[in-house]
Design a protein around this ligand. Structure first.
Ligand code: SAM
Length: 282
């Protein structure tokens, strides 16, 4: 009995706008595989025709991934290779493919990534914001209440934050960011990356809100928002809140302990609040 060696699943990144960003390796893999699983086969044709890639393509998207996975795994198990691509950028990054990669691993099928463009990383690289630590949040919720809750959950995050946002929601989203992160937080709007109307604008959130509000062109196209992480000083400005908490603590605790607890809560050094607690006590 001869065992068929399974094919390889290639996870291939494609450009996010400028077709020249396709790597030679990605082109040669797409030419050599037996089948391409594309998020949208019609959309993929533009890229495939540009690079004269004649490999047949089949659709694998959010709505059919669950049942399509089994079919694609059988294809791989029959010894034929497969390349997964999405409409743009790196598959699985706010795009389908996770179930397929997982199923391939479980079936002992080799998964090989072919790296290339990713809008989040492209935006971060030119944002001028700290890139040593970052947190990719993908798309925010469409409704403001849920979006604000999501933003609140990362308000204290020290790492740089990266969000994808739809153009028709960018104004509301920036408004919510100003409300939750504060108007002074630095951010970068990265729009239409690698395309003709590429815009990369770093400013405070309040300035970005003004910029987008006063120029309707900024409310079009594809957008990444990169937002500076928290510094730990965010709550420091709210003196009235700190005083109110200190006063309440002073009702039950000695000055030193009250200052220490309030300092922990609001990110101050203990001795920064000690004198304030003494003054309030008087
Ligand atoms: N897999 C893709 C990647 O690697 O970046 C992301 C796919 S996700 C469905 C599409 C979102 O990515 C867009 O709504 C936008 O937020 C961002 N995006 C994609 N291309 C972009 C571009 N050229 N400029 C700015 N943002 C882009």
């Amino acid at each position: 009995m001869t065992l068929t060696q399974p094919g390889i699943l290639y996870v291939v990144a494609t450009p996010i706008g400028n077709l020249d960003d396709m790597s030679p390796r990605a082109v040669s893999i797409l030419k050599s595989v037996a089948l391409i699983a594309a998020e949208d086969t019609r959309h993929a044709q533009r890229l495939l025709q540009h690079y004269q890639i004649a490999t047949p393509a089949t659709a694998c998207h959010d709505h059919n991934e669950t049942h399509k996975v089994q079919q694609l795994i059988e294809h791989l198990q029959s010894g034929k290779s497969l390349a997964l691509i999405s409409d743009a950028g790196t598959p699985l990054i706010s795009d389908p493919g996770f179930r397929l990669v997982r199923a391939a691993q479980e079936a002992m099928i080799k998964v090989v990534p072919i790296p290339g463009a990713c809008a989040a990383i492209t935006a971060l690289s030119a944002s001028g914001l700290p890139s040593d630590r970052f947190r990719f949040e993908g798309f925010l919720a469409a409704k403001s209440t849920a979006r604000r809750q999501q933003l609140e959950s990362v308000r204290q995050e020290r790492a740089t934050l990266i969000f994808y946002e739809a153009p028709h929601r960018i104004l509301d989203c920036l408004g919510d960011m100003v409300a939750i992160f504060g108007p002074e937080r630095e951010a970068c709007l990265a729009r239409e990356l690698t395309k003709t109307f590429e815009t990369i604008r770093k400013a405070t959130l309040a300035e970005l809100l003004y910029f987008v509000n006063t120029d309707p062109n900024q409310q079009k196209g594809e957008i990444v928002l990169v937002v500076a992480g928290a510094t730990g000083d965010e709550d420091k400005g709210d003196h009235a809140k700190v005083d109110a908490v200190l006063l309440r603590l002073l009702e039950d605790l000695p000055v030193k302990k009250a200052a220490q607890l309030a300092a922990e809560l609001y990110g101050y050094k203990k001795n920064e609040l000690y004198q304030r607690a003494l003054d309030l006590k008087k």
